[in-house]
Write a new protein. Structure first.
Length: 277
């Protein structure tokens, strides 16, 4: 059975003004997703000191870009760079009431830090870069004081760029960052190395790059749309004694991919804990 692509209609039921602080690649992807799925542009406020031409053009559709007075804000989504948060937070705090839902997609910024800097009812989330094409995966955790209705609002906003998973323990966000937040880089590295190995085996560089790119992309799409486990899909490709089995003996052997990935995720998790503030 093949699953359909994500479709989110809950956005149209969100009440009040939604403000987006930071409309860079990730924030811009979220905003584009909201509007594409029916959110009224006139209910959106964007705070972005250096808006791209694409973001500036949305003002013609009704999005309020850097208004002098934003009025009451029901929901604030913070997508600024973590290193800019302390400075931006002081400005954003004036827009946040105790009942305002604050959704942060900043890496390494804890719920405690968000509550101290801007206040409100805080949801911390970790998306990844495939959000730019509506195929991301976001993991979210709600702080104390977040109501069921606010959690549903956060879920709808985050789901505009892909799937959403919720956890109850904020401590898991470091491992989430290591697996899905940083994960796209591992996949891109796989494509790089698959192409490089193809060249080493005698393929022309351009052909090797194209084969690697399409193989990784196609396999990812199959994994996304299939109900079968990754292990089952792998076994389906592997004939006993065949070429795939020969390669997997190397990849799954001593000091192979399993050991390397475990070490890589552990390193990224440890670094996430060091960066948390």
């Amino acid at each position: 059975m093949v699953r359909p692509l994500n479709n989110n209609n809950a956005l149209q039921n969100i009440a009040g003004t939604i403000a987006l602080a930071g409309a860079g690649k990730m924030g811009g992807a979220m905003l584009t997703g909201w509007l594409a799925q029916g959110l009224d542009a006139k209910r959106v406020v964007v705070f972005e000191p250096a808006p791209s031409a694409e973001i500036a053009a949305l003002a013609a559709r009704g999005v309020r870009l850097n208004p002098n007075a934003a009025g009451a804000i029901s929901t604030l989504v913070i997508a600024v760079k973590p290193q800019s948060f302390r400075e931006a937070g002081a400005t954003l705090k004036s827009h946040v009431a105790p009942a305002t839902l604050v959704v942060s997609i900043m890496a390494g910024t804890t719920i405690k830090s968000l509550q101290e800097t801007v206040g409100g009812a805080v949801v911390r989330a970790m998306p990844n870069t495939p959000a730019a094409i509506g195929r991301g995966i976001t993991v979210a955790v709600a702080g104390k004081g977040v109501s069921a209705a606010q959690r549903a609002t956060a879920d709808a906003l985050l789901r505009a760029t892909g799937a959403v998973e919720w956890v109850d323990d904020e401590g898991l966000m470091d491992a989430v960052t290591a697996v899905s937040g940083s994960g796209p880089a591992y996949i891109f590295l796989l494509a790089e190395e698959l192409a490089r190995a193809g060249v080493a085996a005698g393929l022309p560089e351009e052909l090797a790059a194209r084969l690697a790119r399409e193989t990784v992309a196609g396999s990812g799409e199959l994994l996304h749309r299939s109900d079968l486990a990754a292990a089952t899909l792998r076994q389906n490709v592997t004939s006993p004694g065949g070429t795939t089995a020969a390669a997997l003996e190397v990849l799954m052997g001593k000091d192979g991919l399993a050991q390397l990935m475990t070490r890589a995720i552990a390193a990224a998790t440890a670094r996430s804990k060091e960066l948390a503030k």
